[in-house]
Design a protein around this ligand. Sequence first.
Ligand code: FRU
Length: 488
Amino acid sequence: MFRTRYLSLLTVLFLSPGSRGETMNEALVRATDAVQAATPRAQADPARPIFHVTSPAQWVNDPNGPIFHKGFYHLFYQLDPFSDTGGVKYWGHVRSRDLAKWEPLPIAIAPSGDQGEESIWSGCCTINGRGQPMIFYTSIAPGKSAFDHAEQWAATSDDDLIHWQKSPANPVLSEALHGERKIYDWRDPFIFKEGKKTFVVLGGHLAKNGEAVVNIYEAENPELTKWKYRGVLFQLPDTKAGSAECPNFFKLGDRWVLFVSPYGKVRYFVGDFDAETCRFQSRTQGVLDPGNFYAPNTMLVPDGRRIVWGWVNGFPNGRGWNGCLTVPRLLSFSREGELRQTPAPQLEKLRGKQTEWRNVRLDGGGEFFALPNTNTLEILAEIDLRSATNFLFSIKSTGTNPPVTVSFNGSELKAMDAKAPLRLAKGAEKLSLRMFIDRSVLEVFANETACITKVISPLDANASLEIRTEGGITMAKRVEAWPMKTIW
Ligand code: FRU
């Protein structure tokens, strides 16, 4: 055991991560060893989340290729198997039967050094017109800057989505498709279907610094190996936006929604799509989550609903792990047409024994609630604000760890230092909060429309909740708390 670990460590130290000439399978073996060697330290860290998807160890960024296939929800993610700071990228893999419990699976795909790849970046997973599972991703070659040069590659698998082969047709999309047009940071394929047509969108920018665009391509064969460039689907209204990373484009109800990650807060646009002209007309827009949240990716589930996961970033380095994905969030529109995000109902399966309080009057002073003795929690609070103008929720450890704070001032939700607009409908006074605390991750959902993710210092196991209001008498109609179980 010691010897194997020692050898693995040596391998990690002395072979460069993007070893040229290595086949994908050789790279997978080396990466698996490296993750295994880092796992004991990562898992021993008391700050590592237990009910958010992450790798057993090392660096994780974007969720990739979420897909429901043959009874399993599959989720892939960007993984640097060799460090907790982010370098070359592989695709990690987990699957679930119910969106509550997850099973870690072998690393799905790796760079094929023998075919001129160094790093494999974000993308999607789909079933092609021949019924075959297919991953599309951005391939980065050694010594080439992703700013200037990228190709889009594919891999195929059988129905388990575990054993993948690179497509002999690679690259399936190359820059030559654009003719004279130069697109910088061209990456992150996302496939969608409309009518009988299959399209892929890819992000990038037209000017060296700005003019971020989402490009659209139409499939020319059922195998999805031949594509035609159909131009710019959408240009971001902010011409200074750095890029349009990880575009997701999908129909939700009778509207079309576009997500883009522009090197800043993730934006969404809602509007209409014309599949003939391949143009998107945006009518409304907003920020998906202003916290430690980036590069979301969505999955269509069998009942027609759509689920999103984002990358939770901003953790400290040096713990053998870094990064996780948010909880699965269901997307929908409110009656007023706002984009709503609600925690997937299946998360309720992770709840332990409930503690609850009903109808607690809050009249200016703070009220304290003793929480379950753990720092993996879900808290739900329904507050009847009445005449109160400010509302503050703080969860305090008994030790020196800083409190977790969430507040509302009538127009804005604040979680730690991140702010999201939140307006109550005319005459409405209800504030409905759901909070997930998973050691160093906080996810807050307010009235299903405002959503904030923050990296926090873990609470201790004896934390208590204080609810304080200003400006009038308030009623906490319902406060409930549950210890949360691990997803693994
Ligand atoms: C977004 C991103 C993607 C890219 C990937 C590389 O976080 O920069 O655009 O494909 O990460 O890991």
